[in-house]
Design a protein around this ligand. Structure first.
Ligand code: NAP
Length: 492
């Protein structure tokens, strides 16, 4: 008897997408789950029609309705189309937690076989450098804004702790570069340390992201859940996939408060498109995550067990795995053949490793979180603006520019604190050398450290702009509750 109906948006995607999606749907149907699939388009075919978002309105409407997406990989064609359709989908539906399990699989040889690797990477999925706010500030200097918010950090960190609770995991590691980026990665670390106190039964630790990469390569079994910012997570989650057999096996879910999108980690692998050769395990395991999300846990367990039996017995092995084991690729199973084997194995139990039976709810999002701070919290923060950083494109040497800017500041409440080049103070000289790139930053602050009036800030800006038409942009310097909201220059 089919179980209760679910409605899911399915995006076959590009390249090998339709093949792996078809494979996952066949397995789900064979497991007895009845899903009403709403097929929708995104990616290359949409870009080709001139829709630069890559995600047409009908697809967005379908996802609004169904709230659940099973998706094949999407190409972002070079030459037309502005942004990646994948990133667009994640942002449109605010799927803020990208969850990527990496677990040792039977029959999949790796350097770590037998160590019991079983970790989950929870990657913040919408902020950070992926906000995509980039500018060429001079013809030769590009800049990308790294946006990290308390709210964005809190949502994904809370998600990671809640996931640990649901799965009975015992440790959450935050991975940041807070030692270098104190205002952004440092904020993520601070929020992690605050929230950790709400989960006393779960061990929490913070490690610098480069050390996490090192530890993952050295002793991956020490990790349980790793929560991290977007770019860090992008890189270490691919690293983690490599630890347990590679892209053919790497599943993922993108969770928001209302929408969840399930996809393999791999891309469209164009050279395999239409050849019935690609390994569908990654998307089948992503669909297992989807089934747990929609409450079909028994079917999820059955499918995961069937995949494990198939890998364990090795009777149907796709070419990627055959190559890893040094076998004859002519004997490799096709995508269809592997899928048939998984279906045939439904109902069987693996001998070595069982499905991750973790209760009724697996990776489903935490209940809508209460964000810690409301408007009254922000209203109570004592704040003052004490100056400006003005960025200037110039061929001028800092030794000449410095006295000129000091002269411009002399008539107001500000003084020139320093000029720096790519973060290193070059005026007044402290003996540090920096290879000039025609972009300098001049920091002006009030002489007494007090609040600057808006009209004085604008007047200073106007005076500098008049003499330095190469000024490119400005940042206000804030102090919040007595703490500087800006970093020092190297050598200051
Ligand atoms: P890719 O499509 O992931 O393929 C790179 C290589 O990884 C393949 O040639 C193959 O290696 C291996 N591979 C990928 N999937 C596999 C699977 N299921 N089974 C076995 N091996 C697999 O990466 P790409 O070539 O860099 O990207 C192609 C396109 O996909 C690009 O347009 C990119 O933007 C897009 N992409 C989309 C997503 C997404 O939708 N989430 C993610 C990544 C990339 P061998 O050649 O060694 O066999």
């Amino acid at each position: 008897m089919p179980s209760a109906a679910h409605c899911v948006t399915v995006i076959p995607g590009d390249g090998v997408g339709p093949e792996v999606v078809r494979s996952a749907i066949r397995v789900i149907e064979a497991a007895g789950v009845f899903i009403d699939w709403e097929e929708a388009a995104a990616g290359a075919s949409v870009f080709e029609k001139g829709d630069t978002s890559g995600v047409p309105a009908e697809t967005r409407d379908s996802i609004e309705r169904t709230k659940v997406v099973l998706k094949g990989p999407l190409e972002t064609p070079v030459g037309f189309g502005e942004k990646s359709a994948n990133v667009t989908l994640r942002k449109l539906f605010e799927t803020y937690a990208n969850v990527r399990p990496a677990r040792e699989l039977p029959g999949v040889p790796t350097r770590y076989a037998g160590e019991g690797v079983n970790l989950v990477i929870v990657r913040e999925n919408v902020e950070d450098l992926y906000a995509g706010i980039e500018h060429m500030v001079t013809p030769d200097v590009g800049q990308c804004l790294k946006v990290i918010s308390r709210k964005g950090s809190e949502k994904v960190i809370r998600y990671a702790f809640e996931l640990a609770r649901r799965e009975g995991r015992t440790k959450v590691t935050a991975a940041t570069k807070a030692n270098i980026m104190k205002m952004t990665e440092g904020l993520f670390k601070k929020v992690f340390e605050e929230l950790a106190g709400e989960y006393p039964e779960i061990e929490s630790e913070h490690l610098i992201i480069d050390n996490v990469a090192h530890q993952l390569a050295k002793e991956p079994a020490q990790f349980d859940i790793i929560v991290t910012t977007n770019l860090n997570g992008d890189i270490i989650s691919d690293l983690a996939s490599g630890l347990v057999g590679g892209l053919g096996f790497a599943s993922s879910g993108n969770y928001g408060d209302s929408v969840a999108i399930f996809e393999a980690v791999h891309g469209s692998a164009p050279k395999y498109a239409g050849k019935d050769l690609i390994n569908p395990t990654a998307l089948i395991l992503s669909s297992v995550m989807m089934l747990r999300h929609i409450g079909e846990t028994a079917a999820a367990d059955r499918i995961e067990d069937a995949v494990l039996v198939t890998l364990e017995e090795g009777h149907a092995t796709t070419q990627d795995l055959v190559r890893q084991t040094g076998g004859d690729v002519d004997t490799a199973a096709s995508t269809t053949g592997f899928t048939d084997a998984v279906i045939a194995n439904l109902g069987r139990s693996p001998a070595t490793l069982k499905a991750r039976r973790v209760g009724a709810v697996d990776h489903a999002p935490a209940p809508p979180h209460a964000w810690s701070y409301g408007p009254e919290h922000y209203a109570a923060i004592e704040r003052r603006t004490i100056g400006l950083d003005i960025f200037i494109e110039t061929d001028s040497d800092a030794g000449r520019l410095g006295p000129e800017l000091e002269g411009l500041a002399a008539t107001g409440p500000f003084e020139l604190r320093f000029i720096e080049s790519r973060g290193t103070k070059v005026y007044p000289s402290v003996g540090l050398s920096s290879d000039g790139v025609r972009l300098l930053r001049a920091r002006f602050v009030t002489r007494d450290g007090g609040a600057a009036a808006e009209r004085d800030l604008l007047a200073l800006q106007g005076r500098v702009a008049e003499r330095q038409p190469g000024w490119t942009h400005i940042e206000k310097l804030h102090v919040f509750d007595g703490a500087d909201g800006f970093t020092k220059a190297q050598g200051e």
